[in-house]
Write a protein that binds this ligand. Structure first.
Ligand SMILES: Cc1cc2nc3c(=O)[nH]c(=O)nc-3n(C[C@H](O)[C@H](O)[C@H](O)COP(=O)(O)OP(=O)(O)OC[C@H]3O[C@@H](n4cnc5c(N)ncnc54)[C@H](O)[C@@H]3O)c2cc1C
Length: 452
């Protein structure tokens, strides 16, 4: 296989031939940007119809719900596509400090206000995806084709040689598209395991947590002074207050409001029920702002039964095949991590392709695994604080959660602890940073004082 020869001889910057990315979601597009600096041609195949404007599309139904772009994801996107943040702001996205400009309440504790230095950005998912798509489409060696449904891999027990594609708008029924390198970014319902199984590869170990989270989302027009000039408010879940929600300004002047409940606690879609759910939050801010607001459009729902992590780094894979983004790990979206982890993975992929001398696939999966670890543990640990979430709580989780209860109290007193907490939730720092002696002491002292 030409690809394997190219990476075999200790080359420092391999120049590949044709790479294919399956799926033109945020993950696939950013992977294409990463590949474009190494491969001569990059082809992105997408089954959906890609709209010419920043609108939600059929195959990404989650795009109708709030999509937080974390500071780590913002930085990684800017790294991959220089100028991206300015362009997004030019299209109406709103930026600010994640603590000074957004109100946060975590398990009933309001974060003390301060300046965190963590840059927040508010934009709809369709706008972020559309702008990424424009930038990637402009790359001279990238082509994005929609209405192409990938149905399987072609290859042998060592490498893939291409993919089978069904045209959804006429054309030949199935076409073989050859490739030197393939990235699967088809999202959480990726068929990689089945496809690789047909080539003789064993399924990777998989972890699942049943979270049974349901989202309900609606847009509103708010009075200009509704949140006193703040750009949003987030209500985070915890054991004494498992309901969560986020309300934030969007580029079109409306405010998006997403509510989430665990298990049978399903947020209603009708206006009265929707507001009643908001009224039960441990802080009145969102309800007060929405009570006199004008709804825009209907509310929509989305259910997330499980989080899934596939440990591809522990499996044998073809040397030129990389699962990517949600195809590797699909998080609880309440914590807003998916796009940002995808963006960080894309920078890792780019760097591995540039520097790897032997097997960039393995190197990518090992490094991506480390990045996923932090994000996964953070959210799984917090989900396991929620009584409705079934699952074993081993000693590590019980310790982490006892500490989290102190942390929740401390963030309401000490803005420095709040900033450290936001740096971790924005995936700028690893969760272990909250256990460093200086921070742990602040957490201990602050959690003993009267909290808000
Ligand atoms: C309700 C909800 C809310 C979320 N909120 C946030 C948030 O606040 N912040 C955040 O960062 N992330 C959030 N996420 C996660 C985020 O949407 C994803 O992690 C992120 O978009 C990366 O996904 P992806 O590109 O891997 O997959 P997707 O976005 O699912 O894209 C996969 C693409 O592959 C295409 N495809 C699938 N199969 C095929 C095939 N066989 N052939 C060709 N194309 C195919 C699909 O049509 C789609 O375009 C949320 C997710 C959900 C469900």
């Amino acid at each position: 296989m030409a690809y394997r020869k190219r990476f075999g001889g200790g080359a420092t910057k391999p120049l590949g031939g044709n790479a294919i990315v399956l799926g033109a979601g945020i993950g696939g597009l950013l992977a294409a940007a990463a590949l474009s600096s190494t491969f001569r041609n990059v082809l992105v195949l997408e089954r959906d119809s890609l709209p010419p404007t920043a609108t939600a599309r059929r195959c990404v139904p989650q795009a109708r719900h709030v999509h937080a772009l974390l500071a780590s994801g913002r930085a990684a996107m800017e790294d991959l596509l220089p100028g991206f943040v300015e362009e997004l702001l030019g299209l109406g996205a709103i930026t600010g400090d994640a603590l000074a400009d957004i109100r946060w309440v975590v398990d009933g504790h309001r974060l003390a206000r301060g300046t965190s230095g963590v840059p927040g950005i508010l934009a709809s998912r369709p706008l972020v995806e559309w702008q990424v798509r424009q930038r990637v489409r402009d790359l001279p060696n990238v082509q994005i084709l929609d209405h192409r449904n990938v149905t399987g891999l072609v290859g042998d027990g060592e490498a893939v040689s291409g993919v089978d594609v069904q045209h959804r708008l006429g054309g030949p029924l199935t076409e073989f598209v050859p490739a030197d390198f393939v990235v699967d970014s088809t999202g959480r319902s990726s068929q990689s395991i089945a496809w690789l199984g047909r080539l003789g590869f064993r399924a990777p170990p998989e972890k699942k947590l049943v979270i049974d989270v349901t989202y309900a989302t609606r847009h509103f027009r708010l009075h200009t002074s509704a949140l006193g000039g703040d750009s949003g408010i987030g209500i985070g879940p915890g054991p004494s207050s498992p309901r969560s929600g986020f309300m934030g300004r969007q580029e079109d002047g409306t405010w998006i409001v997403t509510l989430a409940g665990y298990g049978i606690d399903v947020p209603p879609l009708d206006q009265d029920g929707f507001l009643e759910f908001v009224r039960t939050f441990p802080a009145p801010d969102m309800y007060d702002a929405l009570a006199a607001a004008e709804p825009v459009g209907d509310a929509v729902r989305y259910r997330i039964p499980t989080t899934i992590r596939r440990h591809y780094s522990a499996a044998d894979l073809p040397s030129n095949y990389v699962p990517f983004a949600d195809a590797i790990c699909s998080f609880n979206p309440i914590y807003g991590q998916g796009m940002s982890v995808a963006a960080v993975e894309a920078t890792i992929l780019r760097d591995c392709l540039h520097s790897a001398t032997t097997n960039p696939t393995r190197q990518f999966l090992r490094k991506a695994n480390r990045c996923i670890d932090g994000a996964w543990n953070l959210t799984v640990d917090n989900d396991l604080r929620i009584p409705a979430v079934p699952g074993r709580r081993p000693v590590r989780v019980r310790f982490a959660n006892a500490y989290a209860s102190r942390l929740d109290r401390a963030v309401s007193v000490d803005p420095a602890v709040g900033s450290a907490f936001l740096r971790v939730t924005h995936l700028l720092d690893r969760p272990g940073m909250l256990l460093r002696p200086a921070t742990a002491l602040r957490v201990f002292l602050a959690s003993r004082s009267r909290t808000r």
